[in-house]
Design a binder for this molecule. Structure first.
Ligand code: SAH
Length: 346
């Protein structure tokens, strides 16, 4: 009989499983709690009876991803983690510490298929989707390493979360379970480049997460060049889906806009962006580009950023410039994994 990975189960699945072993439901809750305390060997689960431990060791296990490398920023409390998956693949996560808590940026796929022109995650293409437990484990392993609770989660690491929809939803439910990580969905952000059909679907899930849209350009021809997904779902279709999402969930959408020098940071772009978003329940995050070695783009200078921000403000679009964190540790999407893979290849 194949051994079962208990970490891949939600509490209902674990309860079903524990019943097949002839045990009471509360045993599942005990095991679930241990898993989410970061315990992976049954021997350490001190409230389980000996015979159950023996049985579990025979037919089950608790899988883990392993920290391969941790890089700390010298400028702030940002750290980047490289993880080794059971199948030998490598992913990365970022931990950021703020006055309000600890935030972790998780990856949703190994690599990425989206081909955005400025992004390192997509350099090697897509390898595979992550399973829900592999997303959970990025948080559990970081909590164990830093000995602090994670309070906020952003699904903004490598990968397009909406193209890994089923596991993403399972992951969000796991985050929220009070016996486990117990993270409020209001403290969770999911970022997408705009997979329109799944935005409609997500709107129906009744989950009070923040949806974040990587917009990066207000004109279709420019967005087509920066983000190939725009050729499939253009800006009009994307914003229609966003309006539906807002109507359905009453939640503010966050639009991410990377400022790239001479590419999308001009006045015309700022004005057009304001026109597109006027009246919408939204917020714009301006992000100075983190330059990626393999790409030619440069981040906008502070004056261009300020000018862009001002135009949005004048148009009463809520806007903030995101503080740059971890810029010395290649903390932008997919950067560390890519340089690590290159280094290993020589
Ligand atoms: N696929 C999803 C989530 C991953 S990307 C999405 O597109 O939203 C997370 C965010 O990092 C996106 O807004 C992405 O555009 C941004 N990003 C990618 N490369 C970057 C870089 N070099 N500098 C700054 N932000 C970057």
């Amino acid at each position: 009989m194949e051994k079962k990975n208990l970490k891949a189960m939600d509490l209902n699945e674990l309860t079903e499983y524990i019943r097949t072993l002839g045990e009471k439901d509360f045993r599942a809750r005990q095991i679930y709690r241990w898993i989410y305390k970061g315990v992976s060997d049954f021997e350490s689960m001190s409230d389980l009876p000996k015979n159950l431990i023996v049985q579990l060791k025979k037919c089950a296990y608790i899988s883990e991803i392993k920290i391969l490398k941790k890089v700390d920023s010298k400028k702030d409390k940002t750290s980047k983690f490289l993880f080794l998956l059971v199948d030998g693949n490598i992913i990365e996560s970022v931990k950021m510490e703020y006055s309000y808590g600890v935030s972790v940026c998780v990856s949703s796929q190994v690599g990425c298929a989206m081909g955005c022109a400025f992004c390192a995650s997509t350099l090697g293409g897509i390898v595979r989707n992550l399973e829900a437990w592999e997303m959970v484990d990025q948080i559990l392993q970081i909590e164990k390493q830093i000995n602090k609770k994670v309070s906020h989660v952003v699904v903004m690491g490598s990968g397009e979360p909406l193209l890994n929809y089923t596991e993403l939803i399972k992951f969000l439910r796991l985050l929220n379970n009070p016996l486990g990580l117990n993270i409020s969905l209001r403290k969770v952000t999911v970022s997408t480049c705009g997979i329109v059909p799944y935005i409609y679907k997500l709107a129906e899930e009744n989950m009070p997460i923040t949806l974040s849209i990587s917009l990066h350009a207000p004109f279709d021809d420019l967005r087509n060049k920066l983000m190939p997904i725009n050729r499939k779902y253009n800006i009009t279709q994307l914003l229609e889906a966003c309006n539906f999402y807002i109507m359905k969930t009453k939640r503010r959408i966050s639009f991410e806009y990377i400022l790239i020098s001479g590419v999308n940071d001009g006045k015309e772009c700022a004005k057009k962006l304001a026109d597109l978003l006027r009246g919408m329940l939204c917020h714009v995050n301006l992000i100075p580009l983190n330059p990626v070695k393999e790409k030619l783009f440069k981040g906008s200078d502070p004056r261009a950023i300020r000018r862009f921000e001002k135009i949005l403000e004048e148009n009463r679009i809520p806007v903030t410039v995101r503080a740059k964190m971890g810029s010395d540790i290649e903390a932008a999407c997919g950067q560390l994994r890519w340089s690590f893979l290159k280094e290993v290849e020589g």
